[in-house]
Design a binder for this molecule. Structure first.
Ligand code: B12
Length: 411
């Protein structure tokens, strides 16, 4: 068959699939759920955020979840005993603690985890006092508070007072949303005797901060339902659900269901999306009792998705600039097939380094120039003059003639 005819048929198939997905949202959500489950059987390192999403889903594959949980426990033990790699960050330990609570494990399962997270939160707070920003970022600070709170651990006054929207900082939508979840949890926390865990004064301050943040999120909802980009929309919808703004959640949910399915190929992205499609938030983890769970999910029913095999032509142009916006190196790579930016960088023969994160490889150094967390610099990925890429180097696939700028920037 002629290549053009084949391309036309593939396009029609994609269109039909898209129409089909929109026609049946329940099926779409279920198939996303199966995709996420499938990611746990792959060779990828275990990801606590994926486990959280699977646990918040109405249908389970309990045997697969048990195996994954075991992997997570062993991984965290290794990380905390420093037997492998760098000490884990606040947000990472927080995600593990949320994942364990979502499987109804007791806090003593990994004994060192809570004291470690408390210590990290104190370090975040000290850094905030001295340098006006947390040690990692407000997203992780919030995750840390949320994880302790959902596990019913009382949080020190000093730590809580650091969790306020800062006038001089422009936060991501994602960060605002995670802060809302943490604050909402603190506000609603009760003791075993049903009394409020925090004083009226503290709860009033928390409510004020939360209202400010939620208003910013609400104001950012576009006509089409998105709040920021589709990835921040997923996290923002959790915040909206937490404050029972059902109307805006529904509008956002529609936008997410209509988003191209491939946008959520990355398991981390999918793990942040799935809970809100099921009307769940991380706050629901605190209520989970792990009884009478529906054990009906399996990966075998999933039909294999075939990649449309596009022939690409042209070159990808790479420019690397230092913090003063001066060129430090350039490259031109022919595009013969669908290639990720990571593959393009490899072909370009540029010197570069990456760090593994839950989202995949994070670019840390290019042309012997290293971004420094301490100096708050990072390698920003830009298409053309100033379009920020919405995906990382492994997930983004440049098109022919595209100019990619790797710009050392401040965050
Ligand atoms: C804070 C943050 C940053 C900070 C991280 C540094 C710091 N010390 O704070 C900075 C500003 C540097 C950053 C950069 C980027 N980010 Co960012 N970031 C976040 C945010 C708000 C929180 C991440 C976090 O701390 N997670 C908690 C911990 C426990 O997880 P972790 O995996 O261990 O955390 C590390 C990684 O997440 C890594 N990281 C941060 N962003 C990204 C993006 C990618 C693609 C990768 C691989 C890693 C990575 O930095 C974290 C700290 O070391 C998330 C929001 C979200 N919804 O998750 C967006 C988010 C992950 N970032 C995103 C993007 C697109 C980017 C950039 C590609 C933007 C760009 N065009 O340059 C770059 C990464 C480029 C590179 N060098 O590879 C998207 C990813 C979407 C996707 N589908 O891939 C998100 C979801 C924001 C959004 N809604 O669009 N980011």
């Amino acid at each position: 068959m002629q290549p053009r005819k084949l391309l036309l048929i593939s396009c029609m198939q994609i269109l039909l699939l898209a129409l089909n997905l929109q026609a049946n949202p329940e099926e779409t959500i279920r198939s996303l759920n199966v995709h996420l489950l499938r990611s746990t059987i792959s060779a990828l390192p275990a990801n606590p955020s994926v486990h959280i999403a699977l646990r918040l889903s109405p249908e389970h594959s309990l045997q697969d979840e048990r195996k994954y949980l075991h992997k997570l426990k062993t991984d965290l033990q290794g990380k905390l005993s420093r037997s492998s790699g760098l000490p884990p960050s606040t947000g990472l330990v927080a995600l593990y603690l949320l994942a364990f609570r979502a499987s109804c494990l007791s806090l003593s399962t990994v004994e060192k985890a809570v004291p470690y997270l408390k210590k990290e939160l104190r370090a975040e707070r000290n850094h905030l006092n001295n340098g006006h920003v947390p040690l990692t970022n407000y997203y992780q600070y919030s995750l840390g508070v949320l994880a302790l709170c959902v596990n019913n651990v009382r949080i020190d006054h000093g730590i809580l007072s650091g969790l306020t929207p800062h006038r001089h900082h422009h936060h991501h939508i994602d960060t605002n949303a995670m802060m809302v979840l943490a604050l909402k949890c603190v506000h609603d926390s009760k003791m075993p005797n049903n009394a409020w865990m925090y004083s009226n004064h503290r709860r009033t301050n928390v409510l004020l901060a939360m209202n400010k943040l939620i208003q910013q999120i609400q104001n950012h909802q576009a006509e089409n339902g998105t709040i920021g980009n589709i990835y921040s929309t997923a996290v923002a919808l959790q915040a909206l659900l937490a404050v029972r703004d059902e109307a805006r959640w529904l509008k956002g949910k529609r936008a997410l269901i209509e988003a191209p399915k491939r946008a959520f190929d990355n398991p981390m992205a999918l793990s942040q999306l799935l809970p809100v499609l099921y009307r769940k938030t991380y706050l629901d983890i605190g209520q989970m009792d792990c009884n009478d769970e529906h054990d009906g999910l399996n990966t075998t029913k999933l039909s294999a998705t075939t990649e449309p095999n596009f022939t690409l032509t042209g070159f990808v142009h790479l420019t690397v600039k230092n913090i003063s916006k001066a060129d430090i190196c350039k490259a031109k790579v022919p595009l013969r097939r669908r290639m990720s930016l990571l593959e393009v960088l490899n072909e370009a023969n540029l010197d570069f380094e990456t760090k593994e994160t839950l989202w995949g490889p994070f670019l840390t150094s290019v042309c012997h120039l290293r971004a420094q967390d301490a100096e708050r610099t990072y390698w920003q990925l830009i298409s053309g003059e100033n379009t920020q890429l919405k995906k990382g180097i492994k997930d983004y696939h440049p098109h022919g003639k595209e100019h990619i700028l790797l710009q050392l920037s401040h965050f």
